[in-house]
Design a protein around this ligand. Structure first.
Ligand code: HEC
Length: 200
Protein backbone atom coordinates (compact mmCIF):
# COMPACT_ATOMS: atom_id res chain seq x y z
CA UNK A 1 0.00 0.00 0.00
CA UNK A 2 1.49 3.43 -0.92
CA UNK A 3 1.38 6.46 1.38
CA UNK A 4 -1.66 7.99 -0.30
CA UNK A 5 -3.54 4.70 -0.11
CA UNK A 6 -2.76 4.32 3.57
CA UNK A 7 -3.83 7.92 4.33
CA UNK A 8 -7.09 7.29 2.51
CA UNK A 9 -7.73 4.11 4.45
CA UNK A 10 -6.85 5.80 7.76
CA UNK A 11 -9.21 8.69 7.16
CA UNK A 12 -11.98 6.27 6.17
CA UNK A 13 -11.39 4.44 9.46
CA UNK A 14 -11.41 7.73 11.40
CA UNK A 15 -14.67 8.65 9.68
CA UNK A 16 -16.20 5.30 10.59
CA UNK A 17 -15.10 5.62 14.21
CA UNK A 18 -16.42 9.19 14.39
CA UNK A 19 -19.69 7.98 12.89
CA UNK A 20 -19.91 5.17 15.43
CA UNK A 21 -19.34 7.51 18.37
CA UNK A 22 -21.96 9.98 17.08
CA UNK A 23 -24.43 7.11 16.84
CA UNK A 24 -23.64 6.00 20.41
CA UNK A 25 -24.17 9.56 21.65
CA UNK A 26 -27.46 9.81 19.84
CA UNK A 27 -28.74 6.69 21.59
CA UNK A 28 -27.61 7.89 25.00
CA UNK A 29 -29.30 11.25 24.30
CA UNK A 30 -32.73 9.61 24.34
CA UNK A 31 -32.56 8.18 27.83
CA UNK A 32 -33.54 10.20 30.89
CA UNK A 33 -31.54 8.96 33.89
CA UNK A 34 -33.64 7.92 36.89
CA UNK A 35 -32.78 10.94 39.16
CA UNK A 36 -33.74 13.43 36.44
CA UNK A 37 -36.96 11.54 35.74
CA UNK A 38 -37.84 11.51 39.43
CA UNK A 39 -37.12 15.24 39.65
CA UNK A 40 -39.43 15.95 36.69
CA UNK A 41 -42.19 13.85 38.28
CA UNK A 42 -41.72 15.57 41.63
CA UNK A 43 -41.77 19.12 40.20
CA UNK A 44 -44.85 18.52 38.03
CA UNK A 45 -46.69 16.79 40.88
CA UNK A 46 -45.85 19.72 43.15
CA UNK A 47 -47.19 22.20 40.59
CA UNK A 48 -50.43 20.25 40.12
CA UNK A 49 -50.91 19.79 43.87
CA UNK A 50 -50.60 23.52 44.52
CA UNK A 51 -52.91 24.42 41.61
CA UNK A 52 -55.48 21.92 42.76
CA UNK A 53 -55.35 23.21 46.34
CA UNK A 54 -55.96 26.80 45.25
CA UNK A 55 -58.65 25.82 42.75
CA UNK A 56 -60.63 23.59 45.10
CA UNK A 57 -60.50 26.20 47.86
CA UNK A 58 -61.67 28.98 45.51
CA UNK A 59 -64.50 26.88 44.05
CA UNK A 60 -65.68 25.77 47.50
CA UNK A 61 -65.60 29.24 49.05
CA UNK A 62 -66.71 31.46 46.16
CA UNK A 63 -67.81 29.22 43.27
CA UNK A 64 -66.29 28.47 39.84
CA UNK A 65 -66.88 31.94 38.40
CA UNK A 66 -64.67 33.56 41.04
CA UNK A 67 -62.13 30.74 40.66
CA UNK A 68 -61.24 32.03 37.18
CA UNK A 69 -59.12 34.64 38.97
CA UNK A 70 -57.09 31.83 40.54
CA UNK A 71 -56.34 30.34 37.12
CA UNK A 72 -55.58 33.72 35.62
CA UNK A 73 -53.33 35.21 38.32
CA UNK A 74 -52.39 32.61 40.93
CA UNK A 75 -51.54 29.68 38.63
CA UNK A 76 -48.93 31.60 36.57
CA UNK A 77 -47.34 32.74 39.88
CA UNK A 78 -47.23 29.20 41.26
CA UNK A 79 -45.79 28.00 37.98
CA UNK A 80 -43.06 30.65 38.07
CA UNK A 81 -42.20 29.80 41.68
CA UNK A 82 -41.95 26.04 41.04
CA UNK A 83 -39.90 26.73 37.90
CA UNK A 84 -37.46 28.90 39.86
CA UNK A 85 -37.17 26.30 42.60
CA UNK A 86 -36.19 23.52 40.15
CA UNK A 87 -34.23 25.64 37.67
CA UNK A 88 -36.58 24.31 35.02
CA UNK A 89 -39.65 25.34 33.05
CA UNK A 90 -42.56 23.73 34.88
CA UNK A 91 -45.96 24.65 33.48
CA UNK A 92 -49.14 23.43 31.79
CA UNK A 93 -49.63 23.46 28.03
CA UNK A 94 -52.25 22.43 25.51
CA UNK A 95 -52.87 21.93 21.80
CA UNK A 96 -55.90 24.23 22.24
CA UNK A 97 -54.79 26.81 24.79
CA UNK A 98 -56.83 29.38 26.62
CA UNK A 99 -53.85 31.66 27.25
CA UNK A 100 -51.70 31.87 24.12
CA UNK A 101 -48.83 33.49 26.08
CA UNK A 102 -48.36 30.61 28.51
CA UNK A 103 -50.40 27.73 27.18
CA UNK A 104 -49.04 26.90 23.71
CA UNK A 105 -47.22 23.59 23.50
CA UNK A 106 -43.86 23.69 21.67
CA UNK A 107 -42.85 21.13 19.03
CA UNK A 108 -41.76 18.41 21.47
CA UNK A 109 -44.84 18.99 23.65
CA UNK A 110 -47.17 18.92 20.64
CA UNK A 111 -45.82 15.50 19.68
CA UNK A 112 -46.26 14.23 23.24
CA UNK A 113 -49.82 15.59 23.39
CA UNK A 114 -50.78 14.10 20.02
CA UNK A 115 -49.40 10.72 21.14
CA UNK A 116 -51.44 10.96 24.38
CA UNK A 117 -54.60 11.72 22.38
CA UNK A 118 -53.94 8.76 20.07
CA UNK A 119 -53.42 6.42 23.01
CA UNK A 120 -56.64 7.62 24.65
CA UNK A 121 -58.49 7.20 21.32
CA UNK A 122 -57.25 3.58 21.29
CA UNK A 123 -58.78 3.01 24.72
CA UNK A 124 -56.02 3.80 27.22
CA UNK A 125 -56.82 5.95 30.25
CA UNK A 126 -55.36 9.47 30.02
CA UNK A 127 -54.50 9.50 33.70
CA UNK A 128 -50.79 8.83 34.22
CA UNK A 129 -49.71 8.82 30.54
CA UNK A 130 -46.12 10.10 30.37
CA UNK A 131 -43.50 10.94 27.81
CA UNK A 132 -39.84 11.77 28.51
CA UNK A 133 -36.60 12.15 26.62
CA UNK A 134 -33.28 13.97 26.59
CA UNK A 135 -33.24 16.01 23.39
CA UNK A 136 -30.69 18.12 21.54
CA UNK A 137 -32.07 21.55 20.71
CA UNK A 138 -30.31 24.45 18.96
CA UNK A 139 -29.32 25.94 22.36
CA UNK A 140 -28.26 22.69 24.07
CA UNK A 141 -29.46 19.45 25.60
CA UNK A 142 -32.60 19.33 27.69
CA UNK A 143 -34.52 16.86 29.78
CA UNK A 144 -38.06 16.94 28.42
CA UNK A 145 -41.00 15.49 30.35
CA UNK A 146 -44.78 15.58 29.88
CA UNK A 147 -47.69 13.98 31.70
CA UNK A 148 -51.26 14.01 30.40
CA UNK A 149 -53.90 16.09 32.18
CA UNK A 150 -57.27 14.44 31.73
CA UNK A 151 -60.44 16.53 32.01
CA UNK A 152 -61.87 15.70 35.44
CA UNK A 153 -65.21 16.73 36.99
CA UNK A 154 -63.58 19.83 38.55
CA UNK A 155 -62.37 21.05 35.16
CA UNK A 156 -65.76 20.77 33.41
CA UNK A 157 -66.90 24.13 34.87
CA UNK A 158 -64.39 25.97 32.68
CA UNK A 159 -63.16 23.52 30.00
CA UNK A 160 -66.06 21.11 29.44
CA UNK A 161 -68.41 20.88 26.45
CA UNK A 162 -70.08 24.30 25.86
CA UNK A 163 -73.50 23.15 27.10
CA UNK A 164 -71.92 22.18 30.44
CA UNK A 165 -70.17 25.53 30.95
CA UNK A 166 -72.47 28.12 32.55
CA UNK A 167 -73.45 31.24 30.65
CA UNK A 168 -71.76 33.41 33.32
CA UNK A 169 -68.46 31.55 32.99
CA UNK A 170 -68.56 31.56 29.20
CA UNK A 171 -69.06 35.32 29.10
CA UNK A 172 -66.34 35.96 31.74
CA UNK A 173 -63.91 33.78 29.76
CA UNK A 174 -64.86 35.51 26.49
CA UNK A 175 -63.95 38.86 28.08
CA UNK A 176 -60.65 37.72 29.61
CA UNK A 177 -59.63 35.37 26.79
CA UNK A 178 -61.06 36.55 23.45
CA UNK A 179 -59.12 33.79 21.64
CA UNK A 180 -60.04 31.01 24.04
CA UNK A 181 -59.73 27.54 22.48
CA UNK A 182 -60.00 25.66 25.76
CA UNK A 183 -63.73 24.92 25.95
CA UNK A 184 -65.10 21.65 24.59
CA UNK A 185 -63.05 18.82 26.10
CA UNK A 186 -65.06 15.73 27.12
CA UNK A 187 -64.67 14.08 30.51
CA UNK A 188 -61.64 11.76 30.53
CA UNK A 189 -60.16 13.27 27.35
CA UNK A 190 -56.76 15.00 27.30
CA UNK A 191 -57.09 18.71 28.23
CA UNK A 192 -53.37 19.29 28.12
CA UNK A 193 -50.14 18.29 29.79
CA UNK A 194 -48.02 19.33 32.71
CA UNK A 195 -44.48 19.70 31.41
CA UNK A 196 -40.91 19.97 32.72
CA UNK A 197 -37.92 21.19 30.73
CA UNK A 198 -34.44 21.55 32.17
CA UNK A 199 -30.95 21.95 30.73
CA UNK A 200 -29.02 18.70 30.93
C1 HEC B 1 -62.49 28.25 37.28
C2 HEC B 1 -62.23 27.91 35.90
C3 HEC B 1 -61.23 26.81 35.62
C4 HEC B 1 -61.20 25.53 36.12
C5 HEC B 1 -62.16 24.92 37.13
C6 HEC B 1 -60.09 24.87 35.48
N1 HEC B 1 -59.45 25.73 34.63
FE1 HEC B 1 -57.87 25.30 33.45
N2 HEC B 1 -57.71 27.23 32.92
C7 HEC B 1 -58.59 28.22 33.30
C8 HEC B 1 -58.08 29.51 32.86
C9 HEC B 1 -58.73 30.86 33.08
C10 HEC B 1 -56.85 29.24 32.19
C11 HEC B 1 -55.88 30.25 31.57
C12 HEC B 1 -54.89 30.65 32.65
C13 HEC B 1 -53.88 31.68 32.18
O1 HEC B 1 -54.27 32.82 31.92
O2 HEC B 1 -52.69 31.33 32.07
C14 HEC B 1 -56.65 27.79 32.26
C15 HEC B 1 -55.56 27.14 31.70
C16 HEC B 1 -55.40 25.78 31.73
C17 HEC B 1 -54.30 25.08 31.09
C18 HEC B 1 -53.10 25.72 30.37
C19 HEC B 1 -53.23 25.72 28.88
C20 HEC B 1 -54.25 26.71 28.38
O3 HEC B 1 -55.28 26.23 27.92
O4 HEC B 1 -53.99 27.93 28.43
C21 HEC B 1 -54.50 23.76 31.30
C22 HEC B 1 -53.64 22.60 30.80
C23 HEC B 1 -55.70 23.64 32.11
N3 HEC B 1 -56.22 24.89 32.34
C24 HEC B 1 -56.20 22.43 32.55
C25 HEC B 1 -57.20 22.34 33.53
C26 HEC B 1 -57.56 21.11 34.18
C27 HEC B 1 -56.97 19.74 33.88
C28 HEC B 1 -58.54 21.43 35.09
C29 HEC B 1 -59.20 20.51 36.09
C30 HEC B 1 -58.32 19.92 37.07
C31 HEC B 1 -58.78 22.86 34.99
N4 HEC B 1 -57.95 23.37 34.03
C32 HEC B 1 -59.73 23.56 35.71
C33 HEC B 1 -59.77 28.05 33.98
C34 HEC B 1 -60.11 26.92 34.69
Amino acid sequence: MNATGRAGWMSALAWLLAGASVAADATAADEVPRPQLEEARKATTELLGQIRGELVRAIETSGPLRAIVVCKYTVPEISAAVSRKYGARVTRVSLRPRNPALGWADVWEQKALLAFEQRVARGEKADGLESFEVVNEPAGRFVRYARALPLGPLCVHCHGPPEQVSEAIRSALATDYPHDRAIGTELGQVRGAVVFKKPY
